[in-house]
Every structure is written in C-alpha cells, then in structure tokens.
Design a protein around this ligand. Structure first.
Ligand SMILES: Cc1cc2nc3c(=O)[nH]c(=O)nc-3n(C[C@H](O)[C@H](O)[C@H](O)COP(=O)(O)OP(=O)(O)OC[C@H]3O[C@@H](n4cnc5c(N)ncnc54)[C@H](O)[C@@H]3O)c2cc1C
Length: 396
C-alpha cells in the first residue's frame, strides 16, 4: 500500500513526490502515461547528440528565492537571459516592443522620451480594458498591434485577440528603453545539465517508485494507495461530467540542420506570413557546442496534448464547477497546470506544489529568503562546464 499515488511526473508531481518521500518519509508511487519523466519540460539528446526540448522551449525564470533555492538542490545552473526577435516586413526586430523595435520598423531615431511621447500620440483611448486587443491598442496603437500581435495571437489561440481575456497580452511589457530581455525576473538560469537530469535527481529516493507508460485509469484498479495527487486534466478525472475544458495544443516539428547556427537568438517569432508561430534554436539555451544545430517549428492546433487552458470567462466558469467537485474529495488533491486549469509557468507550479506539501504535512508556508551563497554555490563560473562532455543519449 502506497501512502501516495501521484499522477503525472512533471514539475507538480515530481516536487510533491520528492518532498513527501524525503521530508515526510512517505511511500510514493509516481506514474506518467508518457514514456518519460519531466512532463512538458522533458529534454533529451537527439540522434545528433544535441540537447533539445521535446515540447518546445522551456526557459526558467523566477522572482521567488524559495523556488530557486529549492530547485538548486537538484541542479547546477547556467546563466541565460532570453531574447526573442520577430520577423516582420523583412526585418528581425526585438520583442517585447522596445526603442529599437520602433526605430527599426519605421526608420526613426527616437530616444526614450520621444518614444514615450510617440506612444502617447498613437495609443487608442479605451475606457475599460477587457480583451487582449484592448491591452495592446491602449499601449502602442493599431499599426504595432497589427504588425506584432494580431496575427501571432490568431495563430496561437485560433481566435482574434478581441475574443481573448486581457491576461494573454498583459504578460508582455512595452518598453521605451533598449532592454531586449524577454523576462526581467531576478533569477534567470537554465538547468546546467538539462531538465530531465534535474528531475532524475529529484526522484532518486528509495521511497519513490516510478511507473512510466502508465495511465491512471489503468493502474487505479491494481494499486493500493491512501491518498491521491492528480496533476492530469481535472475534467478527465471526473469523466468530463460537465463537458470538456478546452485546451490549445501545438504540433512540434523538430529538425537538425548541417550548420553551426541557424538564427541569432533562441527564438524568432513569425507573427504574420507563416503557418508556424515561432522557431527555436536550442544551442542558445543550453550553451552546447556542436557542428550542427537543432531547431523546432511550432504549429498551433486544436488537436493533440492539452497545453494551454483557453482563458475565456465561460471556461473559467466551467472549471469552477469541477473545482467544487474536487472539494468533495478530502484525500484527492489537484495541482499543476492541468489539475487547476490555469496557465502557470514552471516556477509557479513549483511554488503551488510546495504550498500543497506544506498543507499536507501540516507546516505553515513561509517565504524563505535566499542565502546569496546558494546562488554562488549553484552557478559555476564560466568555463567549468562543457556540455559536450555529456554523452549523447538518443531518445528511445
Ligand atoms: C510550449 C510550451 C512552452 C512553455 N515554456 C515555458 C517557459 O519557457 N517557461 C516556463 O516557466 N514555463 C513554460 N511552460 C509551462 C510549463 O510547461 C508548465 O508550467 C509545467 O510543465 C507544468 O507542470 P505540471 O506538472 O503542472 O504539468 P505537466 O508538465 O503537463 O505534467 C503533467 C504530466 O501528467 C501526465 N498525465 C496527465 N494525465 C495523466 C493520466 N491520466 N495518467 C498518467 N499521467 C498523466 C502527463 O503525461 C504529464 O507528463 C511552457 C509550456 C508549453 C506547453
């Protein structure tokens, strides 16, 4: 008999398995219907020996000292600040929109003050910001909205920004300086040896048993457990009794090309002319040196694995119905992106799982302050790490 059955070996499941096994001495069985651990953050060495992310680029960034300190128990880090360019009107321009984006697009020579005044001129007055379109129009006006946002959002979400909740485009800032970092979080690092290695370290404990290629419906008949942690889709758990919660999916097309570099930054967005939304080149993220390079094209679709909960009021209302059902099951806990039907970044899922662990173990959640030595200990000085020293382990 296991103390806990944990469904899903992504961030939510792995954090809880690790804490319950190590800190509370619980016997844990963690399962995943996929053939690997790591959930959507899974990475692997492809047939050319290049480290790639199976489910698209995962860039770690957080403002939480607690989350960073926790994950630092299982990995060293590589400093990495994410940069994105957008391919528009035959130019590659920084996104989020900044001073260089506007100067580059229109051939202006604005300084920051002039750009602020320009935005004031072109932005559209919108009294109540409700949709993703409202957010952008009210900040940068129609031309920049149509050039950088409208087509991208239509492809990504399969609907117009005017139909989507404001949270989607609110995540992306507009800048009047030349800061071209995609994120501004305090901690911006990639796991030095990749995400999968980090997950292996988390799950390496005698109290943790792992079963891959195993779905919950299959195993629940055969395995005894006292408590259940479910990180799969909450509507699936309840047999879709109120209907399906909608998700947007992606098809990933991975390629390796016979050249050392494909593009100048990790991600290039294609807002307008192609069917794909973006191309990622992994060596920028991992720092790996290799004569070839691997890239991924992303094609949004309604078919495939559930990736993005669709942020619309009717979906939030449907989720609330399921949430009420979850509250009737005292020994079943729903956590993670699918379990709580919410777009969360990795660090938010780690924080959510740590909070659930505190609740399960009767501890009060505290926001620990990060000892500066933790950063020093876990970020090797440049040159210490040679990614190519890791043997290539092609995916089976
Ligand atoms: C394309 C893409 C890019 C992203 N980029 C970033 C990024 O750059 N930075 C960032 O912070 N976050 C990013 N994210 C978000 C990140 O992937 C999530 O925050 C994180 O993976 C969520 O972890 P999780 O454990 O909740 O879910 P998941 O990683 O989805 O893990 C859930 C696991 O449960 C398993 N499962 C589901 N149902 C069952 C069942 N019935 N039986 C058995 N197993 C089951 C699934 O197979 C899956 O492995 C991105 C997401 C996507 C899709």
């Amino acid at each position: 008999m296991f103390d806990y059955l944990i469904v899903g070996a992504g961030f939510a499941g792995a954090v809880l398995a690790e804490r319950l096994a190590k800190k509370s001495n619980k016997k844990v069985l963690i399962i995943d219907k996929r053939k690997h651990i790591g959930g959507n953050a899974y990475d692997y060495y492809n047939e050319s020996g290049i480290l790639i992310h199976k489910y698209g680029p995962h860039i770690f960034h957080t403002n939480s000292p607690k989350v960073f300190a926790y994950l630092s128990e299982f990995t060293l880090w590589r400093p990495y600040e994410h940069k994105v360019l957008a391919s528009v009107r035959n130019k590659l321009l920084p996104i989020p929109i900044n001073l260089n984006t506007v100067n580059g697009l229109y051939g202006h020579n604005f300084d920051s003050a002039q750009l602020a005044a320009y935005f004031d001129q072109i932005k559209e007055p919108i009294e109540t910001i409700r949709t993703s379109e409202d957010v952008v129009l009210s900040q940068v006006g129609r031309d920049l909205y149509e050039t950088f946002f409208r087509g991208y959002t239509r492809k990504q979400w399969g609907m117009d920004p005017s139909e989507l909740d404001k949270m989607v485009t609110s995540r992306i800032p507009t800048r009047i300086d030349c800061d071209d970092r995609y994120f501004t979080d305090t901690f911006q690092y990639m796991p030095l040896h990749g995400y999968t290695r980090m997950f292996e370290n988390m799950l390496d404990h005698p109290n943790i048993h792992i079963a891959l290629n195993t779905s919950y419906t299959e195993i629940k008949k055969y395995v005894g457990f006292k408590n259940l942690i479910f990180t799969g889709p909450v509507d699936e758990y309840f047999d879709y009794c109120y209907g399906h919660l909608p998700y947007r999916s992606l098809q990933f097309v991975h390629k390796t090309v016979d050249q050392a570099q494909f593009q100048s930054v990790a991600v290039v967005n294609y807002p307008n002319d192609q069917d794909y939304t973006r191309i990622t080149e992994y060596k920028h993220l991992t720092g790996q040196e290799h004569a070839k390079t691997s890239i991924t094209y992303e094609y949004p679709s309604w078919n495939g694995d559930p990736y993005y909960p669709v942020p619309k009021p009717e979906n939030a209302a449907l989720y609330q119905q399921y949430k009420l059902l979850t509250e009737t099951l005292p020994n079943v806990h729903f956590v993670g992106r699918l379990g709580t039907y919410r777009y969360y970044n990795m660090d938010q899922v780690v924080a959510q799982a740590l909070t659930l662990y505190d609740k399960l173990s009767g501890k009060k959640s505290v926001n620990e302050v990060l000892d500066p030595q933790t950063v020093k200990r876990h970020v090797p000085s440049p040159g210490v790490y040679s990614p190519n020293a890791i043997p290539a382990a092609p995916e089976s």
